[in-house]
Ligand binder design. Sequence first.
Ligand SMILES: Cc1cc2nc3c(=O)[nH]c(=O)nc-3n(C[C@H](O)[C@H](O)[C@H](O)COP(=O)(O)OP(=O)(O)OC[C@H]3O[C@@H](n4cnc5c(N)ncnc54)[C@H](O)[C@@H]3O)c2cc1C
Length: 463
Amino acid sequence: MKRIAIIGGGISGLAAAFELEEQRRAGVELEYTLYESSPRLGGVLRTEKIDGCVVEAGPDSFVTEKPWASDLCHRLGIGDQLIGSNDSHRKTYILTRGRLVEMPDGLMFMVPTKILPTGLSALFSWKTKLRMTRELFHPPRAVDRDESVADFVQRHYGREMVDRLADPLLSGVYGGESATLSVRAVLPRFAEMERTHGSLGRAMFAARKKMGKGPRQSAPALFTSLKDGMQQLAESVRARLSADSLLTNATVQAIQPEAGGWVVSAGMQSDHFGAVLLALPGLAAANVLRLTSSRLADELAAVEYSSSITVGIGYDRDVRHSLPPGFGFLVPRSEGKRLLAATFMHNKFPHRAPEDRALLRCFFAGRNAEQVWSLSDDQIVGIVRNELQQIIGLRAEPLFARVYKWKSAMAQYSVGHLERLERIERLRQQLPGLALAGNAYRGIGVPDCVRSGRDAAKLALQS
Ligand SMILES: Cc1cc2nc3c(=O)[nH]c(=O)nc-3n(C[C@H](O)[C@H](O)[C@H](O)COP(=O)(O)OP(=O)(O)OC[C@H]3O[C@@H](n4cnc5c(N)ncnc54)[C@H](O)[C@@H]3O)c2cc1C
């Protein structure tokens, strides 16, 4: 009977446990134990129901294009609970010199695919618009080394595009800054487009033309979530696992190879397993591996993380009707605010707030989160209210406000990340029976974490 330990009960570890449970039910002789240091499973997937509103403390949804989280929901039998974003109301604003400017239609990340809306938009100066036109003539380019997203975008569209669009968009996803994030790890498709087409604009037009030739299908919603919130995914996995396999309040201090397997030490207990799957953030994985391989531990610890704060804030019907239409706004760092983004959750998804409520989700990350980290929740809510007043003129008294702090939870794939992953993989292969999953490696989004857990479970089983 193969015994496998999973360390970490976030969505990566839960997806791994689900995979093993399915194999067990299919007749494979195996046993698994999941160790989670906190009292609850789900990691950063946490949802609260407040005043009829579904308030997400961590992720609010995932990108529909990446299928692994939706697939997991279907396998769990909760496919009917999936909800798509209300894309017909999708409008996002960028704070530009103190006022909200709508992102023009047809922008694919920062690549314009519709000439008229971009040409008429107040988001960009004429200089940037001219660069967009010139960009169409960039020849294919073989780049032999990684670079930052900021350098890459600047080469194509200039500095203004970095400040107004690339940086705020990446802050919203990674909580990081385009000056340090790796273009190859974070925007691999764009790096490839540059290699094959040179111009990103031309590459997009070519891709659209190709798509246009196929049978017309209605586009799926851009984002997907669950009716009762993202925690529903974690809870549904937990319900499928055998309760005896789940250890909460169980912090693993170390894992060490011994007698053809691994010894896992948690508190005063040690247990022996054939394989160990670490589903932990980089630094936590490094800490438990330190005694076994200091080189692997150093590489894992070098994957940087940023901290983030979300604030769920509820208002009444009048506020709901007074807000600008759309999904919310992003704030470039150059605007000098502490908030990086606010999402109008009641517009973005159905089932998020009753008709007579407005639900906003406000977001701080990286340097901006560090600046307010040590303040009390009331003080942080005070900053949110003050900046909402400055940005959208919102003065009303909230019905409720909740602050959620996430210390070093979002991985930052800095320049050279893919080379680091190769070194990590070589070192891991020297430790038979060790598998790695989580957001430190090939994607920080929920679907990527689900895929990484599933694949690591298969690897642990084969080892
Ligand atoms: C505020 C925020 C918003 C986000 N928004 C989105 C979004 O909208 N869409 C999206 O797709 N992604 C989003 N993400 C990213 C995504 O949610 C995460 O990358 C993903 O959920 C991480 O899952 P995980 O299981 O790898 O890690 P975690 O959720 O961090 O879980 C790791 C678990 O390991 C446990 N642990 C740590 N050390 C030990 C130990 N020594 N022993 C035992 N257990 C231990 C921890 O307690 C934790 O439960 C967001 C992340 C954050 C923080």
